[in-house]
Design a protein around this ligand. Sequence first.
Ligand SMILES: C[S@@+](CC[C@H](N)C(=O)[O-])C[C@H]1O[C@@H](n2cnc3c(N)ncnc32)[C@H](O)[C@@H]1O
Length: 227
Amino acid sequence: MNDLKRMEDFYAQKDKQAWSIFGCYPFFLDCKQTYIMRKILEHKAKDNNRLLDIGAGEGNFILKMISFGFIPKNITAIEYLKDRANVLRKKLSDIKIIRDDFLNVELDNSYDVITIMAVLTSITDNEIRYRLFEKSLTYLSSGGVLVLYDYFDDNEIFITQDYRAVSLQKIELLAKNYKIQTYKRVYIKSKYAKGLCMIGLQSLIPLLESLKIFNDKYHFIVITNEK
Ligand SMILES: C[S@@+](CC[C@H](N)C(=O)[O-])C[C@H]1O[C@@H](n2cnc3c(N)ncnc32)[C@H](O)[C@@H]1O
């Protein structure tokens, strides 16, 4: 089965399920992601920058970027899955939405901010996902930043049959002509976070996270085009 077909079947099931029964856990992840993205983008002008979100899902991340000051008409979202693209259209009527495989898309613009959030892990075919990453770099404007958020492990382990870790070494090699900064191991392992949330001790999460030893291999990678 090809990777896009596998993904289609997987998300068709997944989108029917509530993804967490522990209410505070998704909230906690969201606050943390917002905090890190703010930090990454603090020196970027938001009001006239062009943003490209590849594998936009249902647009939650784009809503966050709009709350940071990005302007809908400057935002392009690419999403392969039809159902998810439809949700995007309903939620975000003012942005440009392209329903297609990014590898088939030709864009006219370059972008000041490109985001690829939790997308590469969900493409388990190595050839395809690194090709997607390389292609995304070609749309980065001079001075632009590309932000990758994913689960990294150089052994490219299968986390489940639908998710495969990304190799940081490979990303560094493919982006060797760019400046690369990493925010490593930014999240505590979800089993600890969920456990703490269940017993009402979620306030301990930031403390445990700062120790890093309980953290998972989720990294934010910031790639800047200095050319
Ligand atoms: C785990 S979801 C992440 C969604 C969103 N970025 C977020 O953080 O909420 C991965 C998304 O990437 C999309 N995707 C994967 N490969 C793609 C491709 N080649 N072209 C466009 N979208 C793709 C999938 O359809 C899926 O919606």
